[in-house]
Write a protein that binds this ligand. Structure first.
Ligand code: ADP
Ligand code: MN
Ligand code: MN
Ligand code: MN
Length: 370
């Protein structure tokens, strides 16, 4: 069996209940990052009426001892709503809200990287930094094996799958199409999708998004992905190298620009930023996956369209380098650059925060915030 039992419940019955009127009341689902720094949790409450914006959604709390975020003796954690979306599952007027997590003393939880990221983004806001992230992921059956792969073996070698079409090339497209629509309905700034090089591996892109919006939207896009996969009974894995051997890993390429880079003569600004990144390679590798580079170590081998984790490199149209300047950008002499190092399971708040700090603030992670 490769799909979950829950996905086999009679789904047409569900429609009857979902279409029952709910009066003026509004369901709001709070979404937050758990103690692993990768997992998402959520819970729902009723508000008396539809919130017009995130400011109308009250703070809430949860039991941090059950999410690896607190000791049992002092386990209440605060949920601070930060970004509101429409709920594509229960539909209008219901909402999903991305939250920051604070500890009992109202200091940010260990895996709350948004707090620092937001401080950096505030300080660089005059540069109008835009980010676009390419989220790669792998569909797994409930048995943990890539979805659609033979139970005891492998599909044909990589080649026909990237942007492929047809039953022998595209594994699980339903998920991709439903997730795309769910993001558009929710208000997540999704800008595209494609099938990846390894069968049952896919990508969607979010952006360009300014400042802190990048992290908010990508995390909500991930929540929607896991939730859509739940309906279909499969699992979306963000492991950066789900299959050993001659199979591509999964990254989260991060595209970056400022107003100056986007305008005439922008290439010089791009090159300046790359020069700064070249001096902080190790530091960036440390924040580009949730385990300080250990996850990415399996992926950044210098093969399968990656650079080596050991060395920094940059080049125009070079998919084997840490930083790639897209060919079009090289021709136009302005635009954006792509940091290809972040792993699929990176925290976008940590990644965009580190890039903004290095390129636009000349600071390291440990420098005191002004
Ligand atoms: P690739 O050729 O690397 O596969 P994709 O088309 O998958 O590129 O993704 C391109 C990403 O770049 C998207 O997330 C998009 O939002 C982002 N992007 C486009 N223009 C800019 C820009 N000026 N600044 C930052 N990001 C940008
Ligand atoms: Mn891409
Ligand atoms: Mn890709
Ligand atoms: Mn890319």
């Amino acid at each position: 069996m490769s799909v979950s039992k829950s996905s086999l419940l009679p789904k047409t019955l569900r429609q009857h209940y979902l279409s029952l009127p709910q009066g003026k009341k509004c369901q709001v689902t709070y979404v937050w990052i758990d103690g692993s720094g990768e997992g998402l949790r959520n819970k729902t409450r009723t508000l008396e009426e539809e919130p017009k914006g995130v400011a109308d959604i009250p703070e809430w709390n949860f039991d941090g001892s059950s999410t690896d975020q607190a000791e049992g003796s002092n386990s209440d954690m605060f949920l601070i709503p930060v970004c509101m979306f429409r709920d594509p599952f229960t539909l209008d007027p219901n909402k999903l809200v991305m939250c920051e997590v604070l500890k009992y003393n109202r200091k940010p939880a260990e895996t709350n990287h948004r707090h620092k990221c937001n401080q950096v983004m505030e300080r660089v806001k005059d540069e109008h930094p835009w980010f676009g992230m390419e989220q790669e992921y792998t569909l797994l059956g409930i048995n943990g094996h890539p979805y659609g792969w033979p139970e005891n073996g492998f599909p044909g070698p990589q080649g026909p799958y990237y942007c492929g079409v047809g039953s022998n090339c595209a594994y699980g497209r339903d998920i991709v199409e439903c997730h795309y629509k769910a993001c558009l309905y929710a208000g997540v700034k999704i800008c595209g999708t494609n099938a990846e090089v390894m069968p049952s591996q896919w990508e969607f892109q979010v952006g360009p998004s300014e400042g802190i919006d990048m992290g908010d939207h990508l995390w909500m896009a991930r929540f929607l992905l896991h939730r859509v996969c739940e309906d279909f009974g499969v699992v979306a894995s963000l492991d950066p190298k789900p299959m050993k051997g001659n199979w591509n890993g999964a990254g989260c390429h991060t595209n970056v620009s400022t107003e100056a880079m986007r305008g005439e003569g922008g290439l010089q600004h791009i090159e300046n930023a790359i020069e700064k990144l070249s001096k902080r390679h190790k530091e960036h590798i440390f924040v580009y996956d949730p385990h300080g580079g250990k996850d990415n170590w399996r992926r950044l081998t210098g093969r399968h369209e990656t650079s080596s984790i050991e060395e920094f490199s940059a080049g125009v149209a070079n998919r084997g380098s840490s930083i790639r300047i897209p060919r079009q950008v090289g021709q136009d002499k302005c635009g954006y650059f792509e940091d290809r190092r972040p792993a699929a399971n990176c925290d976008p708040y940590a990644v965009t925060g580190a890039i903004a700090r290095t390129c636009f603030l000349d600071q390291t992670e440990n420098d005191e915030e002004a």
